[in-house]
Ligand binder design. Structure first.
Ligand code: NCD
Length: 411
């Protein structure tokens, strides 16, 4: 059969192939278009906050070989560090390191808590803690509610629990609570548990009791200084840390004592006897629920020392934590004068000569310049970690909100 004879037969076949080719090409273009669109969506998702956004490596940071899976987080409220476990400390540190990385990106926002409500219930004034929690919640894409006691219905006689229930009724998932009386966050948490609701309470400082997020950010600041790639509790083992100042009134000191002792660090407290009564050691052993022989839990070598002079506390110290004189909590004249206090317990560059040469100084802020720390030292980047504490605060608080918020999603 000649080719010409085949033509009438082949013609319809060729036509069919041609139209199928167009059709296939059309489908190919569509598929390619969809793939490109998806890729674009994924790259710009953090900007658009769409659900395709890549999550940060949580907490499996490439830098954290000992990462714990997030769904091991079982704590529903964060009220105190007294019973925090090593695993919990490490989970917070590694999660915060991941968020620190997010905060170094051009787009510093992730959709992790999108749709959740974080209410900042600050019954006591605050600058950095409140702003830091607010920014942390916003960086996680949560909706935030801010409450300030002075401009609230509390001035009309509303109780703390009724205020909390009002925020609960608005769909709050996490309440960050600060109050000048110890135990208020615990009381709100107990009421929420009694009501059987899944709202989490985060203690942002209650009276002289505890300030867990501050101690965790202090821990993170120190651990990332020692090993930026993999901050872990054990990095502090054997380090000497002096806590100096108004220990009696300090919730920061109390929370820091738990975390530092848990790390195996040697903790030296220094203050005049009026601000560091002997009873303080008993308080710690009572709070931990164990006898004074085995002073503190979670610590391989429990070591806590009390000093009424500064020098022995500073001798060979790796880190010095200074504390503000909490004049608003002092009910009696506990100090002869601020000038004398500064002379005896104020941290200056000269006094740092007792410490290790590369010693670093921390302060939770706000600072009484020239009282607990000299103005010059406070601003000296060679020694002062104060600014990096503030920056670490956002990453650590993102970690805490994330762990509480995503814990809820897992349960
Ligand atoms: C501390 C606090 O409020 O307990 N500050 C803070 O949260 N950054 C310490 C203080 O007020 O001295």
């Amino acid at each position: 059969m000649s080719c010409d004879a085949l033509m009438p037969l082949a013609q319809p076949l060729l036509e069919m192939c041609r139209s199928m080719g167009h059709w296939a090409l059309g489908i190919g273009n569509w598929a390619l278009g969809i793939v490109i669109l998806l890729l674009l969506l994924c790259s710009f998702a953090p900007l658009l906050l769409c659900p395709f956004a890549p999550l940060p490596h949580l907490p499996h940071s490439p830098h954290s070989p000992n990462s714990m899976p997030t769904n091991t987080w079982n704590r529903h409220h964060i009220l105190s560090l007294a019973d925090f476990t090593t695993t919990e400390y490490d989970t917070v540190l590694q999660t915060a390191a991941s968020f620190q990385e997010v905060l170094s990106r051009r787009t510093k926002k992730v959709p992790t808590l999108q749709g959740q409500v974080v209410a900042n219930l600050f019954f006591e004034s605050s600058t950095r803690t409140r702003s830091s929690f607010e920014l942390a919640a916003k960086r996680l894409s949560a909706d935030t509610l801010n409450f300030a006691a002075a401009s609230s219905s509390m001035t009309k006689g509303e109780t703390i629990l009724d205020t909390a229930k009002t925020y609960l009724a608005m769909g709050t998932d996490i309440m960050v609570v600060r109050h000048r009386e110890a135990g208020v966050p615990n009381a709100i948490a107990a009421e929420m548990d009694r009501l059987g609701v899944r709202v989490s309470i985060l203690n942002a400082g209650d009276g002289q009791h505890e300030h867990p997020s501050q101690a965790l950010l202090d821990l993170f600041t120190i651990c990332t200084l020692i090993n930026p790639a993999s901050p872990r509790l054990e990095l502090l083992k054997g380090k000497k840390i002096a806590i100096v100042g108004d220990i009696l009134h300090s919730r920061v000191a109390r929370s820091n004592i738990w975390s530092l002792i848990a790390s195996g660090a040697e903790v030296h407290l220094a203050a005049p006897p009026t601000l560091l009564p002997k009873l303080f050691a008993e308080y710690i052993s009572q709070e931990s629920g164990v006898g004074s022989q085995e002073l503190l839990p979670h610590s391989p070598t429990p070591q806590l020392f009390l000093h009424w002079q500064l020098e022995p506390a500073l001798q060979n110290a790796d880190f010095v934590m200074t504390l503000r004189l909490q004049k608003e909590r002092m009910t009696a004249h506990l100090l002869p004068s601020l000038r004398e206090y500064h002379q005896l317990f104020g941290i200056t560059r000269t006094k740092l000569q007792f410490c290790k040469p590369n010693v670093k100084v921390l302060h939770p802020g706000p600072v009484n310049r020239g009282v607990e720390i000299s103005s010059e030292l406070m601003d000296d980047p060679e020694f002062s970690l104060i600014q990096s504490q503030v920056s670490s605060g956002v990453a650590v608080r993102m970690a805490l909100l994330y762990l509480l918020g995503s814990g809820k999603a897992y349960s």
